[in-house]
Design a protein around this ligand. Structure first.
Ligand code: UT7
Length: 353
């Protein structure tokens, strides 16, 4: 049966960095608190639209695969922060890639969006409905952060990662995948103020979260999903070469790694540099891991995530022979004329005036 294989990878992170010390200038927090509670040291803040970051990541992934946008038959964007609610952000990305007619749609499964996208791509390839899919995870979360809510404002950042998936029939590619959700916990991580529920009484648009509830569920949910993915692939824990978990909190990652019994040296983490980039975090970390030489031909990789919904999911995939990009793209974002902390402060202040 044909299944998705990653043949191209790319990422895009905006240039503006906001450190913990920067945040401490606009709210009652400290580098010490943020570092010890979450592992985050800094995050990126976008001055451009989410679809701009997604498009740059996509062009880099396409170059790595040696393909043109016209070679694709599906553009899928995992995001919870699209440019607009309508149309799907994938349509904006399609236009920015300079193509049309190719199928384009979004997937919203919170921070698990990339795994959900992979699961949908798996189905499309298994049925022969698509052979080349561009799967992007891209988030512009910082406009949703209320600087008067220190419990959430310090955690999230902006960025994008993308992969080109091509249908293949050998040993390589996706070996197992599972996704799930518990909608009864929907209120524990949500965005207030945006959506048809809020049309009659406009209010500040912001992320709100019951951090402890999400934390508890994240650890058990990620462990269970990863165990199922391993069992379905017929892999033992010792077979795993690399674990790429969603980057929400270093304590969640450490606890999940410990419960799974995976050697911490095999775990990819970059939360210190980017914070929680939701659906972008796994493709961003994957793309960095390949470029840093952490992925070898035939590497056995586990992806696992947890997020708003509450949702969860895990996948096992065996890397192919090629660990170098076939080409590179020199596209990038335009320069920013404002400091990252200024972008965040201006946006948050606007709601409180
Ligand atoms: O991507 C998936 C979605 N998100 C997650 O997975 C996040 C899951 N949750 C977490 O990562 C953690 O629960 C947090 C990092 C959000 C919070 O860590 P915690 O250890 O659960 O802290 P807490 O919420 O229990 O708060 C402890 C204290 C509180 O003060 P009191 O009540 O003990 O006096 C908070 O008010 O820390 C205070 N606090 C802060 N202090 C300084 C909360 N936020 C901050 C802050 N700076 N930014």
């Amino acid at each position: 049966m044909l299944r998705p294989t990653i043949t191209g990878w790319g990422r895009c992170t905006p240039e503006s960095i906001v450190t913990n010390d920067d945040l401490a200038t606009v709210m009652d927090t400290s580098d010490e608190w943020i570092t010890t509670r979450s592992g985050i040291k800094e995050r990126r803040v976008s001055h451009v639209e989410n679809s701009d970051m997604a498009t740059v990541a996509a062009l880099r992934a396409l170059a790595a695969a040696g393909l043109e946008p016209t070679d694709l038959d599906y553009i899928m964007v995992a995001t919870a922060t699209p440019d607009r609610f309508i149309p799907a952000m994938a349509c904006h990305v399609q236009a920015k890639l300079g193509v049309n007619a190719i199928a384009a749609s979004d997937v919203n499964a919170g921070c698990t969006g990339f795994i959900y996208g992979l699961s949908l791509a798996n189905g499309l390839m298994a049925t022969g409905a698509a052979r080349r899919i561009l799967l992007i995870g891209s988030e512009r979360l910082t406009p949703y952060l209320d600087l008067e809510r220190r419990d959430t404002a310090v955690l999230f950042g902006d960025g994008a990662g993308a992969v080109v998936l091509e249908a293949a029939g050998g040993e390589e590619g996706l070996r197992s995948i599972n996704v799930g959700a518990n909608g009864t916990l929907a209120g524990s991580l949500t965005v207030e103020g945006a959506g048809s529920s809020w049309m009659e009484e406009p209010m500040p648009v912001r992320v709100v979260m019951d951090g402890r509830e999400v934390f508890r569920n994240a650890v058990v949910g990620m462990e269970a999903a990863a165990h199922k993915a391993l069992a379905d692939a017929g892999w033992a824990v010792e077979d795993v070469d690399l674990l790429i978990p969603h980057q929400a909190n270093i304590r969640i990652i450490d606890a999940t790694t410990k419960r799974l019994g995976i050697d911490p040296d095999k775990v990819v983490t970059n939360i210190d540099s980017y914070g929680n980039t939701s659906a972008a975090s796994i493709p961003l970390a994957l793309s960095e891991a390949v470029d840093q030489g952490r992925v070898a031909p035939g590497s056995k990789i586990v992806l696992v995530a947890f997020g708003a919904g509450l949702t969860w999911g895990a996948a096992t995939l065996q890397w192919g022979d090629r660990i170098r990009p076939l080409g590179t793209s020199d596209v990038g974002l335009p320069a920013s004329d404002r400091a990252g902390i200024q972008i965040m402060a201006d946006r948050s202040r606007a709601w409180h005036q």
